[in-house]
Design a protein around this ligand. Structure first.
Ligand code: NIG
Ligand code: FE
Length: 411
């Protein structure tokens, strides 16, 4: 047995529990001063405060700083070929996101680059991004396919995720997003593409057990609410748990669909109407909000305060992708959570740890510092939570521990 003791923790801040926290509970976190955490064989075995710490094989002095759970990024498009910096100029000249997509750019240009990329090249690039995330304090990451839009390339993307699951310290959750756009070759026959998704791609993904979740981009000009429902129901028949990109640009019924299909999470929700908030509250769907995307698109921000007040559990994630959010910095997302969503630092912490873990069905293992969870922790260059939500632009993650192993240490 190997043991790691993290001691001299000035403040241990963590939500508690094995499921998403909603309403007033979202901000009701545990704060322990003068604390220690004992990790045995990668799992948290004991937590104490104001008491002498036990002996361990390795001791890590937190220097009186803040410690939190490792952050969970519950929404990324991690696997893609190329970048799209050329779209910045188009945006500055007034082109909107959906206009660029309608002209065959946007997602579709990344599809071309991803089809051309080798599996090894995609792996190397995603691995570099994951290393960057880890250095920012992110220890669990959801990753989607969705830049293949043909069976071969969608499976290639998901195999890259599987390879990273096997050999990167981060935990990864895989999501099939073949319904990310209608590819150019099906432009005039979208029904045939939906059949391909439901009858070929989803069964192939399930056969190789390459994903746990099925997602769809429910948006004007992409997939309607009814098409999204069909695709998610097909995924369910093969054991894939539904997720929905809903109400990002136009409110066409995506968030209302969550209750009908039993979605574990709905993503974006920038223009989520009251009926969508009510549906998510009823279904217990996690609202996975992506403020860095609003920031980058120059759009409004999701009505997150209304969601919390209505009892919807809120998570926040990066949405890292080459088009609408080229940043993977979850600390920046935390800053925006306070400044733009008006969440408290405590609510923000829950949004990027326990509720994010619940959005990817991993809240039984990660997302909080308590006995029985994985030893995933961050020691911050910060005395308290207010400080990390306030010092925008710096990387304040000092030491990152994943399953009881120190994976980053900046002393
Ligand atoms: O979540 N909205 C759809 N998908 C991504 C953007 C993908 C892209 O532009 O490449 C998103 O914002
Ligand atoms: Fe997304």
């Amino acid at each position: 047995m190997s043991t790691l003791l993290i001691h001299n923790v000035g403040l241990l801040a963590t939500p508690l529990g094995h499921s998403a926290r909603r309403g007033a509970e979202q901000g009701d976190i545990q704060l322990l001063r003068d604390a220690w955490v004992l990790v045995e064989d990668g799992m948290i075995a004991a937590v104490g405060a104001g008491t002498p710490a036990p002996a361990a094989d390795t001791a890590l002095d937190a220097g009186g700083h803040l410690v939190t759970p490792g952050l969970v990024d519950a929404h990324t498009h991690l696997i893609f070929g190329g970048w799209r910096q050329n779209e910045l100029g188009l945006k500055l000249h007034g082109a909107t996101y959906l206009e660029i997509l309608a002209r065959g750019g946007g997602i579709l240009s990344t599809v071309t680059a991803t089809r051309q990329a080798t599996e090894q090249a995609l792996y190397d690039k995603a691995r570099a991004a994951l290393n960057e995330m880890l250095a920012l304090g992110v220890t669990t990451v959801e990753a989607k396919s969705g830049y293949g839009l043909d069976t071969e390339t969608e499976l290639k993307q998901l195999r890259v995720i599987r390879a990273l699951q096997e050999d990167h310290p981060c935990d990864l959750a895989a999501t099939f997003l073949g319904a990310h756009a209608v590819p150019a070759e099906y432009k005039n026959d979208r029904e045939a593409y939906i059949r391909l998704l439901c009858e070929e791609m989803i069964p192939a993904v399930a056969r190789e057990n390459l994903a746990r979740f099925c997602d769809v981009f429910c948006e004007t000009g992409v997939f309607s609410a009814e098409e999204s429902r069909q695709i998610l129901e097909a995924g369910k028949r093969y054991g894939l748990i539904p997720k929905i990109h809903a109400d990002e640009i136009d409110p066409i019924g995506g968030s209302e669909l969550t209750a009908r299909v039993g979605a574990i999470s709905a993503e974006h929700l920038i223009v989520c109407p009251p009926a969508g908030i009510a549906a998510m509250a009823e279904a217990g769907t996690v609202a996975c909000c992506l403020p860095a995307t609003s920031f980058y698109l120059g759009s409004t921000f999701a009505p997150v305060r209304d969601m919390v007040n209505a009892g919807v559990p809120v998570a926040m994630a990066s949405d890292f992708n080459p088009g609408s959010c080229p940043s993977l910095n979850l600390q920046f997302v935390m800053n925006l959570g306070c400044l733009k969503y008006r969440l408290t630092p405590e609510e923000v912490l829950t949004a990027v740890t326990l509720n994010a873990a619940a959005a990817i069905d991993m809240a039984d293992r990660v997302g909080s510092v308590e006995i029985g969870k994985q030893g995933d922790l961050v020691i911050w260059d910060a005395p308290d939570l207010d400080y990390i939500c306030y010092r925008m632009g710096s990387n304040l993650a000092r030491t990152v521990v994943k399953k009881g192993q120190v994976v980053k240490n900046r002393l």
